[in-house]
Design a protein around this ligand. Structure first.
Ligand SMILES: C[S@@+](CC[C@H](N)C(=O)[O-])C[C@H]1O[C@@H](n2cnc3c(N)ncnc32)[C@H](O)[C@@H]1O
Length: 453
């Protein structure tokens, strides 16, 4: 994950409000979690880097409080080899270490207990293979295939639905576990918008594994080593999302306020570069899925055969596929206050402000492009619709956050500009004034155009 280090450094330097975080967490312990840590050593490099960056930030701030101590929680599934992880913990580490078993798709930490949660190469794992893809009666039955990359659309849809559920659970759980202002950083494989999974190295390698299993099934038909049902019942529990999907999911989920999302160019990533990509991916896939393969296909011997076959298929393939990208996502916890902290929240003349201008209204390709206008009052209907959708999202997030921050029986009072039912915004004083500003701007644009001519 060397390629994303500079991004994490910047985000910690710019966005982490250390003073507030330490106050919110109680005491001076800074708590970090690595979700899907496996057995090392990557997890140690990642958390050491984070601890070092936070420590550096503290030193730069010259705070008067005592320097924070660090506690790092290593999380993975219960069947992860935590003993192996603990045995290889760096002896010189400057943090306290603890293991936390359990699925990150649900809560694994107490409420408001973490300051920074990190997860590398893990958030694309699904909690299960979508049941439809192994159901012979379903249109999404993935007959003869082990993933959605080269499968019919209903299979991909089933995977997408499962990812949405799982990632929804992941984000909800983290938003509760992080203190207010806490940071969540996710790095995992994804696809640039418009790219198909089958066009990537990861997709191509999974396809070669699939072809190798199909060969074995064919041989078996004659000799009986591996049967068709075993193939049909096996699917990779991973989904590689596009940035657009991920952004939508975070926005719908409304648990986090600020989102920084980018696709990391594979050229920047040392281990994903160039012609070695396919072989590297084969090793990654084998090592991460070794146990499931052995369990499902009946032992190491057959797994060796599958991967030998896949290796040969890879050798026969021209490297036409594209290197697999990583998605880098950083989220800041939505809540302004800890849970059940406020007795009354009041907001005047503020709640009608949107978190951003709806993206469609400045998009020349969209029917909601608000050409020549600065608001929706006198604009065509799609513009008003885009504003309405944005307001619903923002107000949804606002209400959800406050409902968590207020104690039971607490009160929220909102005073904000609005329009009586049945009245249109263009009929209001506010809108008339805005439209005069708009006309004045248009006049200036016309003058500039004349000058340029
Ligand atoms: C490819 S490894 C990544 C390990 C490490 N983070 C790294 O960067 O090398 C993916 C890890 O995610 C873990 N994992 C998958 N689903 C999980 C879940 N629902 N909860 C916790 N860990 C999970 C797997 O057990 C595996 O150890």
């Amino acid at each position: 994950m060397d390629s994303v280090r500079p991004r994490t450094e910047e985000l910690i330097a710019e966005k982490l409000d250390l003073e507030r975080l330490l106050a919110a967490g109680g005491g001076n312990t800074f708590r970090v979690a690595d979700l899907g840590c496996s057995i090392g050593p990557n997890t140690f490099h990642n958390v050491e880097h984070i601890v070092q960056q936070v420590r550096q930030k503290y030193n730069h701030m010259m705070m008067t409080s005592a320097a924070p101590e660090f506690q790092v929680f290593f999380n993975d599934q219960v069947n992860n080899d935590f003993n192996a992880l603990f045995r290889s913990l760096p002896p010189e580490r400057d943090y306290f270490a603890a293991g936390v078993p359990g699925s990150f798709h649900t809560r694994v930490f107490p409420n408001s207990s973490l300051h920074l949660a990190y997860s590398a190469s893990s958030a694309h794992w699904l909690s299960r293979v979508p049941p439809e893809v192994v159901d012979r009666g379903s249109p999404a039955w993935n007959r003869g295939m082990i993933h959605y990359g080269s499968a019919p659309k209903p299979v991909e849809d089933a995977y997408r639905a499962q990812f949405r559920k799982d990632m929804g659970g992941f984000l909800r759980a983290r938003s509760e576990e992080l203190v207010s202002g806490g940071m969540l950083v996710l790095v995992f494989p994804g696809l640039p918008d418009g790219m198909l999974h089958s066009e990537t190295q990861a997709g191509s390698v999974i396809y070669c594994v699939n072809l190798s299993i199909l060969d074995l099934v064919r041989q078996v038909k004659n000799k009986g080593v591996l049967d068709e049902d075993q193939l049909d019942n096996f699917n990779f529990p991973m989904y590689f999302p596009h940035p657009r999907e991920m952004r939508e999911l975070v926005e719908e989920n409304q648990c986090f306020s600020s989102i920084e999302l980018e696709v990391v160019d594979p050229e920047e990533s040392t281990w994903l570069q160039g012609g070695v990509g396919l072989r590297e991916w084969l090793v990654v896939i084998r090592s991460t899925m070794a146990e499931s393969f052995a369990r499902h296909f009946g032992g190491e011997e057959i797994v060796d055969k599958i991967f030998d076959g896949a290796s040969q298929k890879i050798a026969e393939r021209a490297e036409l596929v594209l290197a697999t990208n990583q998605l880098y996502v950083c989220l800041i916890n939505y809540r302004l206050f800890p849970k059940s902290f406020l007795h009354m929240a009041h907001s005047a003349s503020s709640a009608h402000w949107l978190s951003r201008v709806p993206t469609e209204v400045v998009d020349r390709g969209s029917p909601a492009w608000n050409r020549g206008m600065i608001h929706y009052g006198f604009a065509p209907k799609p513009v008003e619709d885009a504003y309405r959708v944005q307001f619903r999202k923002d107000m949804g997030g606002f209400l959800k956050a406050r409902s968590e921050e207020l104690v039971s029986g607490g009160m929220l009072v909102l005073v904000m500009s609005g329009v009586p039912d049945g009245m249109h915004h263009s009929e209001t004083q506010f809108s008339s004034v805005l439209s005069c500003v708009n006309l004045s701007l248009l006049d200036l644009v016309r003058q500039v155009t004349k000058i340029n001519c």
